[in-house]
Design a protein around this ligand. Structure first.
Ligand SMILES: Nc1ncnc2c1ncn2[C@@H]1O[C@H](COP(=O)(O)OP(=O)(O)OP(=O)(O)O)[C@@H](O)[C@H]1O
Length: 623
């Protein structure tokens, strides 16, 4: 066995993270203690779990605890735990590299924008590296449970660390911080006690501090926290601050939670759940659809594993918290969880809880719900497609942009929309497009706008996919106004009905001529009820895939159905009148193509032959 001191370089990302953490969290530096205690508590949880199948891992030290002590002579602060400890390989892997995928991208973004503020860094979960905010040298001495060999890791946080074997260590990890001269206030006993009360009272393991005598620390220790799993305590006795501190521990988040729900269920199933909605989406959220952290499964107060996939459907992957079951066996494995009927029931119960919580936030505090929606709305839209059983409930939680608002913000619920519908309106109208501007300026809206009929504007990529699963809500069907026939007569102003009928009849020849000139480019040409200002628009059949969606799929290399749109024209428009009056066939063809191309452009399409379009337009302008 080697006894020499070995030197290692930190992975490049670690150096960048260290730099960011040290420089952006100076004013929040108290958090280092919270992060180290959080890690120590996780290490105790892990040992308790591994010891379920091998009780000898406890060795002589059966007690799981965390101890904090300060040495004012040497200016060191020590956080030690009797948890799982780390092997040599684990030390190198855990404290020398960054395992989380997406980190590289995140760091690039931060460095590029120079916006490395505390909130952003906090989303990243600073963890162990926060020790270097207050220390210019950190020593980690650790012995893994079940091993005789201890290791000492030392670094000044400037690019390298050293590793050497260490004899005589007890099981677990002891982290010694050599405090910077401006951080010596962390040696004060009252300061440490204060921090533990605020941040770490919820930790389920005892946190020991030296007993004070006449204000000075002695060699004896006493437990400074409640040391009871927070979720086992009665709700009424837990303050909001305690819930928030617990959330930061379990959710690996720096920001406060937005809301939570804490419940004890007894009967067929017996479990306690404490579920949190984060206020901010973590930085790697969009990259890591599959990595699901933050929902911990406990069985009878023993931490078993992170089991978010097993306990909540994919679309609720933003939820953080703990579930503590009294019914599952302690030796439950990941494989067993996969096909466990009890767990299926637990999953649907937890899904209901989360939807209840969202309902409550939406009803009690619209501004708060809007915050949630801005961060996680797209996931609920996934829910519409994934969770058939709860579709109506999820639909109630959806929010959309609407023609009733001047902003792209998605704030209108389907219930609000229905509440504003005139008695004559039977369907919920919506329009999908690839941007808010394309949606709100769409010619398709004109006829409805003229009748003051509200239309929901769906302008996110996921919308077209989602809406394919949502055919009705509260007994009303949802109708895409850019597809199929639109009968506007029901919606008001039927007084112009006769006039429009007359227009239609009079335009019969024009329609036929248009179709003859455009040929296969369009399925059909007809007079539009939708238009009041524009000359023409493209319309699909009810079952066709929206044109912008077809383009998106094709651009991504997928096969997409090419639905042939119909052209609807507005006979009242000057351009159509000019077409009608045009006797020259060549000029009439130019005009017909121009009208068709305009409709394509307004819908957001790129033209097949833009140069010819320009030439046509110039011919038309110049006469
Ligand atoms: N006291 C400890 N005992 C055992 N292992 C530890 C201890 N502290 C840290 N580790 C190990 O080092 C890893 C990295 O810790 P770090 O705090 O940087 O990140 P994390 O806890 O995984 O996540 P986060 O960044 O959200 O805090 C941990 O996942 C754990 O495996």
């Amino acid at each position: 066995m080697t006894t020499a001191v070995e030197s290692f370089k930190f992975e490049a990302e670690v150096q960048q993270v260290l730099h960011l953490v040290i420089h952006s969290l100076y004013s929040n530096r108290d958090i280092f203690l919270r992060e180290l205690i959080s890690n120590a508590s996780d290490a105790c949880d892990k040992l308790r779990f591994e010891a379920l199948s091998d009780a000898t891992l406890y060795g002589e030290q059966g007690e799981l605890k965390i101890r904090i002590s300060a040495d004012s002579e040497n200016k060191t602060l020590t956080v030690s735990d009797t948890g799982i400890g780390m092997s040599r390989e684990e030390l190198i892997e855990n404290l020398g590299t960054i395992a989380r995928s997406g980190t590289r991208k995140f760091i690039e973004q931060l460095s590029a924008t120079q916006k490395a503020d505390a909130n952003l860094i906090g989303q990243f979960g600073v963890g162990f590296y926060s020790a270097f905010i207050v220390a210019d040298k950190v020593t980690v001495e650790t012995r893994r449970a079940g091993s005789d060999q201890g290791w000492r890791w030392v670094s000044d946080g400037a690019g390298e660390f050293t590793l050497e074997p260490a004899a005589g260590l007890s099981r677990g990890t002891c982290i010694t911080l050599h405090l910077k001269s401006d951080a010596e206030d962390y040696l004060q006993p009252w300061k440490l006690r204060g921090l533990i009360n605020t941040w770490s009272d919820h930790i389920a393991f005892p946190i020991e501090l030296p007993v004070l005598k006449e204000g000075k620390p002695t060699d004896e220790f006493e437990v400074a926290n409640q040391a009871a799993a927070l979720w086992t305590r009665p709700k009424a006795e837990i303050s909001d601050e305690e819930y928030q501190a617990f959330y930061k521990h379990v959710g690996h988040d720096f920001n406060d939670a937005l809301a939570w729900t804490h419940n004890r269920v007894e009967g067929n199933q017996n479990f306690t759940s404490l579920l949190f909605l984060p206020s901010k989406a973590p930085f790697d959220f969009t990259y890591n659809r599959d990595e699901r952290k933050g929902l911990k499964l406990y069985v009878k107060r023993v931490f078993i594993m992170d089991a978010a996939e097993q306990m909540l459907p994919n679309y609720l992957r933003f939820v953080r918290g703990v579930v503590d079951s009294d019914d599952l066996p302690l030796n439950v494995s990941r494989e067993l969880l996969q096909n466990n009927r009890q767990l299926d029931k637990l999953k649907s119960a937890l899904t209901r809880r989360v939807l209840d919580l969202l309902d409550k936030v939406a009803n009690d505090d619209a501004a708060k719900y809007a915050e949630f929606w801005a961060q996680f709305g797209a996931l609920l839209k996934e829910g519409v497609t994934e969770d058939h059983g709860n579709r109506e409930r999820i639909a109630k939680l959806l929010r959309f942009a609407s023609t009733k608002s001047e902003k792209p913000d998605q704030l209108t619920s389907l219930d609000e929309y229905i509440g504003r519908m005139p008695a004559s309106q039977e369907e919920i109208f919506y329009l999908t497009a690839d941007s808010w501007n394309a949606a709100r300026h769409s010619p398709q809206l004109e006829g409805l706008k003229a009748r003051s009929v509200e239309v929901l504007l769906l302008h996110e990529r996921i919308d077209e996919w989602m809406i394919g699963y949502l055919h009705e809500y509260a007994g009303k069907s949802l109708k895409n106004i850019a597809k199929g026939e639109l009968d506007l007569d029901k919606l008001g102003e039927p007084k112009d009905k006769e006039q429009r009928e007359k227009l239609k009849q009079e335009a019969a020849d024009t329609v036929k001529r248009f179709k003859d000139l455009l040929g296969d480019k369009v399925k059909e040409v007809r007079v539009s009820d939708r238009l009041t200002e524009s000359a023409a628009c493209l319309v699909l059949e009810d079952q066709d895939m929206a044109l912008h969606m077809q383009r998106l799929l094709k651009a991504a290399g997928h096969e997409a159905p090419s639905a042939q749109p119909s052209l609807e024209i507005n006979p009242g428009h000057g351009l159509i009148k000019r077409f009608e009056a045009e006797s020259d066939d060549e000029r009439a063809t130019d005009l017909a193509l121009l009208v068709f191309e305009q409709a394509q452009l307004a819908e957001g399409a790129a033209l097949d032959d833009p140069a010819s379009f320009v030439a046509r337009m110039n011919r038309a302008i110049l006469g």
